[in-house]
Design a protein around this ligand. Structure first.
Ligand code: ZN
Length: 345
């Protein structure tokens, strides 16, 4: 019996020693591998540091999209009703919109990750890249206000979710008539809301601005107080966050004379100016223009594209006199123009 116990213990000892040897062997392998890695030349290490292997971009954590609609089919909804568009918008968000958002984001990240070199920029005629170390992402400096000219806010959420090749458009924010504010894009990305446009000497307004779409049919519909108050809260945040000057809260119609008319005649510009967004004038205390006052120069000073002066006048009157389709200036209009221009000096 004693012999059997001795044999069993010996067997266990042999097994334990074997197991230890296997484990130690594995450790040795790992070490030898890393030793192999560190045996690369200094030049190789430097190269790897400059061009690290691409790593997958980590997605920000965000709650999954949850539709607020009851579980119905679109056939049960009234065609083009808010519920109908919300159903379509929600379906697109779940099926593709968020995936497409992140695909676009990946493209931007890849563009930002290209380090300066003579291969990507033929004007660079030196091989060595000296990295500057102090930088961050560019900030928006304008806010462009639009009306949606659509039936309801859900229709706009749908429009900005659906791929429309050749007719792409987007905005950073959409504000419903009930004061609900939707942010659809990160403020730092270039949204496609301005189109062909010019303000001052800037010809790429999308690159320097945020687009805010205000739900309104663009015809005879008044903007609601709750909607404008929500807009003012949003603009206050943006003004503070990005140090946007008062003069740079303007209309889509301002930057597209003769092409666009939004947010239109009914937009409460004075209320906005009183809150610190855009300029207005004191109609009870208008200063007389100088005898040599030049209206075209004044329009240009404010920012209008004056390549077609009559269109610039029309855009100015739409905003500051709230009159449509007039292409000439009365004496009163000139006085208003002079007083607005004074604010922009
Ligand atoms: Zn617009």
């Amino acid at each position: 019996m004693k012999t059997m116990v001795k044999q069993l213990m010996l067997g266990l000892l042999i097994l334990t020693l074997y197991a230890c040897r296997v484990t130690m062997g594995k450790k040795t392998n790992v070490l030898s591998q890393s030793q192999q890695n560190t045996s690369v030349t200094g030049q190789q290490v430097a190269k790897e540091k400059e061009n690290p292997a691409p790593t997958a971009h980590k997605r920000p954590r965000h709650a999954p999209f949850k539709s607020s609609l009851p579980n119905t089919g679109s056939s049960e909804l009234v065609y083009r009703s808010p519920q109908y568009f919300l159903y379509k918008a929600d379906s697109l968000q779940i099926a593709s919109a968020r995936d497409n958002y992140f695909k676009n984001l990946d493209t931007i990240i890849a563009q930002l990750s290209v380090t300066p070199d003579s291969k990507s920029n033929p004007a660079v005629n030196t091989d060595q890249w000296y990295a500057a170390i102090d930088f961050n992402i560019r900030r928006p400096n304008f806010v462009i206000l639009h009306h949606t000219a659509q039936d309801n806010v859900a229709q706009t959420l749908f429009t900005f979710s659906v791929p429309r090749p050749g007719r792409e458009s987007s905005a950073h924010y959409v504000i419903g008539k009930d004061g609900k504010v939707f942010q659809m894009l990160n403020d730092y990305v270039r949204s496609w809301h301005a189109g062909a446009s010019k303000w001052g000497s800037i010809t790429d307004m999308n690159s320097c601005s945020l687009g805010v779409e205000i739900d309104n049919n663009g015809k005879d519909e008044a903007f609601t107080d709750v909607q404008i108050n929500a807009l003012i809260i949003l603009l206050s945040y943006l003004k503070e966050q990005y140090k946007i000057p008062q003069a740079n809260f303007i209309a889509h119609s301002d930057i597209t004379p003769g092409r666009k008319e939004d947010p239109g005649l009914l937009f409460p510009w004075k209320k906005l100016a009183d809150a610190g967004f855009g300029y207005w004038y004191d109609s009870n205390n208008l200063k007389e223009p100088h005898p040599d006052f030049n209206a075209t120069w004044a329009l240009r000073l404010i920012g209008y594209d004056v390549s077609d002066p009559s269109k610039a006048i029309q855009a100015f009157k739409l905003h500051y006199l709230q009159k449509a389709n007039t292409y000439s200036l009365t004496d009163y209009d000139k006085k208003v123009l002079y007083n607005v221009a004074l604010k922009c000096m």
